[in-house]
Design a protein around this ligand. Structure first.
Ligand code: ADP
Ligand code: MG
Length: 144
């Protein structure tokens, strides 16, 4: 378990950058946190760390957005609007989850039954007592 705190969007971006730099092909991260907590900021950092220069947006209407220009492919899922896990099968999610890139899944709790045995969960939380720009970020290894 890795715990850290950030005090600005730049710091969260930088943490993402380090995750992207250290990523290995086939890594899978889930990303959990309320609206406006900094999931996109962190994801943009990860993309930068992978060497992706094009801007990252939230893939809300597409389920998965694929970026090929970095050190390895980046598969950015947002499954918030998914109705059924079958939709994941239709888009061939296994090619991504078990592929040669880095997979990041927002709202992964909605597709828990098809998550692999092993992945890392990133949780971002606010704590307003610590200030408006404070974020607690926890990265946890999930096995089995
Ligand atoms: P989400 O994708 O989780 O809905 P965004 O990343 O789009 O959230 O937005 C996070 C917002 O919070 C941005 O406006 C960002 O500037 C702001 N912010 C303030 N402090 C932080 C911090 N420590 N880390 C990340 N974002 C922060
Ligand atoms: Mg977002």
């Amino acid at each position: 378990m890795f715990k850290t705190e950030t005090f600005s969007p730049e710091e969260t971006f930088h943490l993402g950058e380090k995750i992207g730099e250290q990523a290995k092909p086939g890594d899978l991260y889930t990303l959990i946190g309320d609206l406006g907590v900094g999931k996109t900021v962190l994801t943009q950092g990860i993309a930068r760390g992978l060497g992706i220069k094009e801007p990252i947006s939230s893939p809300t209407f597409t389920i998965v957005q694929i970026y090929e220009e970095g050190r390895m492919p980046f598969y950015h899922f947002d499954v918030y609007r998914i109705g059924d896990v079958e939709e994941m099968e239709e888009i061939g999610y296994e090619d991504y989850f078990y592929g040669k890139g880095l997979t990041m899944i927002e709202w992964a709790n909605l597709i828990e039954e098809i998550l692999p045995e092993q992945y890392r969960e990133i949780r971002i939380e606010k704590d307003l007592e610590q200030g408006f720009d404070y974020r607690r970020i926890t990265i946890r290894e999930v096995t089995g």
